[in-house]
Design a protein around this ligand. Structure first.
Ligand code: HEC
Length: 295
């Protein structure tokens, strides 16, 4: 074999790998090495210039509050964050009232007698879950721990099981399209992935079958049923359904894990524009300075 043939083979391999990468969605290894395919959703915050949809974050918070908060904490989010720009931007008075009514109280103290006590949360307090500690949570959920959801959208991703030579073009594609929504795509697939276990599948006691959870057995019971769990208000911009509730709560969790995305993406474009203008100025300045020098 001569060198030209080597180069040609390499070129063909690279083109084939690139084509496969563009055709294939991300996949996650489940039990037994079997790959699970994940759909890529068109989130409002996807891509280079995406922004959170405030109404969607509001609906998503409602789903978190009415459904997920009975098992999951959200401790990296403070009540006041729900008021700040770039998030659900609720009215401050409404959030104060919400905090005061939050079922999971804050342990504070010691008081003058040296005893700890429970009090209502304030704007500066974190959004607490229902359990005092991990042991209590595990004892109720068949030994499984419902994780704090503050960073879950960043802590999960869709891992690709493709062959090594496909990874590089896939990475290039993700960089070019600004893809960073593996976590939300996973959470949405998890929430909508509850199905009857197929014939012959051994489901342990107290576990539930899920098409997108690695190993297909999850201790969390289906949190949002078919038809949806949370009705929205008339002016909320969407109707309740499993898919809509799941999409909204996923977007809300994406915000919780990355609350400054709106600001960051806006700033990115301003910086690009600034660099472009600077480049033009430098170019014309250079032309002028060198204009009278003969080459
Ligand atoms: C009845 C309690 C309960 C409710 C309600 C609940 N969860 Fe869970 N959740 C759990 C438990 C238990 C686990 C741990 C599962 C395991 O490890 O098998 C879990 C795990 C998770 C995980 C992590 C899965 C992983 O990859 O490890 C996510 C994400 C999640 N829940 C999201 C939600 C969302 C969003 C809601 C609300 C729509 C919700 N949960 C409602 C009990 C609950």
């Amino acid at each position: 074999m001569n060198a030209t043939r080597h180069v040609t083979t390499l070129r063909i391999a690279l083109v084939a790998a690139a084509a496969m990468a563009f055709a294939q969605g991300p996949a996650l290894a489940a039990g037994g090495g079997e790959a699970i395919h994940f759909e890529r959703h068109d989130w409002s915050f996807s891509g280079m210039g995406g922004q959170y949809d405030r109404n969607q974050l509001r609906r998503g918070f409602q789903v978190y509050k009415d459904v997920c908060a009975s098992c999951h904490a959200l401790e990296r989010v403070k009540f006041r964050n729900l008021v700040q720009p770039g998030g659900p931007e609720f009215d401050e008075e409404a959030v104060k009232a919400l905090a005061a009514e939050w079922p999971n109280k804050i342990t504070d103290g010691p008081n003058d007698e040296g005893a700890m006590f429970e009090r209502e949360p304030k704007l500066s307090d974190k959004v607490k879950g229902p359990f005092k500690n991990e042991q209590e949570a595990r004892s109720i959920h068949n030994g499984a721990y419902p994780p704090d959801l503050s960073l879950i959208a960043r802590a999960r991703n869709v891992h690709n099981e493709a062959a090594w030579y496909i990874h590089v073009p896939m990475m290039v594609r993700d960089v070019l399209t600004g893809y960073a929504e593996g976590g939300p795509d996973y959470i949405y697939a998890l929430l909508t992935g509850y199905k009857e276990a197929p014939e012959g599948f051994h489901l342990s006691e107290g576990m539930n079958y899920n098409t997108h959870f690695p190993g297909h057995q999850i201790a969390m019971v289906q949190p949002i049923p078919e038809g949806g769990a949370v009705e929205y208000q008339e002016n909320a911009g969407a109707k309740a359904s499993l898919e809509q509730n799941a999409k909204d709560v996923t977007a809300f969790l994406a915000w919780a894990a990355d609350p400054s995305l709106n600001e960051r993406k806006k700033l990115g474009w301003t910086v690009m524009l600034y660099l472009l203008i600077t480049t033009l100025l430098l170019y014309f300045a250079k032309k002028r300075i060198w204009a009278r020098v003969k080459h």
